[in-house]
Unconditional design. Structure first.
Length: 202
């Protein structure tokens, strides 16, 4: 009886369907392991993206605040610059040191950032000046481009004259895997995050 039963089991196990079913049972653990691996990999990518996004947005917010503050300092020509409208290299150096102080609390860390300052008065010929780290931190739209013409208002005492405009551009090198996916071209330059702010002079 036992021999007959064992023969039946052998015949059942030798059937193609049975072999397939047994292989499926054997490989099910492997399939679970593979699924678990891909889920862990997906979660790691999601966490890396979220951490990268926080870093990018935090840095971008700091640069926006600092560039806005600096251009408001630069535009105060009467208060800080004895009514001198044109920029010079000392202005660019001081603005860069001030940017380092606002970002890091140390004005001597100016090598950690790139700063470009611009001056333009469209009614006085081609009176455009750009100073600072213009080779490594160029503005996305320069002040003397055609699209910026209408941004400079007429002077109150002489409508034929345009009020000079100023722009400050900051660039900070940030290692990021998803920077090109998150930021638009105006907010990035090579490996750096970029921020520009402009204003009219006072």
């Amino acid at each position: 009886m036992k021999s007959k039963f064992s023969n039946i089991i052998k015949v059942f196990l030798s059937m193609p369907f049975t072999s397939f079913f047994l292989c499926f049972l054997k490989n099910k653990r492997g399939a679970v392991v593979i699924e678990f691996f891909f889920m862990i990999l997906l979660l790691l990518i999601m966490f890396a993206f979220m951490a990268d996004l926080v870093l990018i947005r935090t840095t971008q917010g700091k640069l926006d605040n600092v560039s806005y503050s600096l251009v408001n300092v630069l535009r105060e020509r009467t208060l800080f610059y004895n009514q001198r409208q044109e920029l010079n290299t000392d202005d660019a150096r001081q603005i860069k040191q001030l940017a380092a102080f606002l970002l890091y609390g140390d004005k001597y860390r100016e090598n950690d950032i790139d700063v470009t300052v611009e001056f333009w008065r469209p009614s006085v010929g081609n009176n455009y000046l750009i100073l600072g780290d213009k080779s490594t931190c160029s503005p996305y739209i320069a002040l003397n481009e055609q699209s910026m013409l209408t941004l400079s208002p007429n002077a109150e005492d002489d409508v034929a004259q345009k009020v000079p405009t100023y722009q400050v551009t900051l660039c900070m090198n940030v290692s990021s895997l998803f920077k090109r996916l998150v930021l638009d071209p105006s907010s990035r330059l090579n490996n750096s995050i970029r921020s520009s702010s402009w204003s009219v002079g006072l």
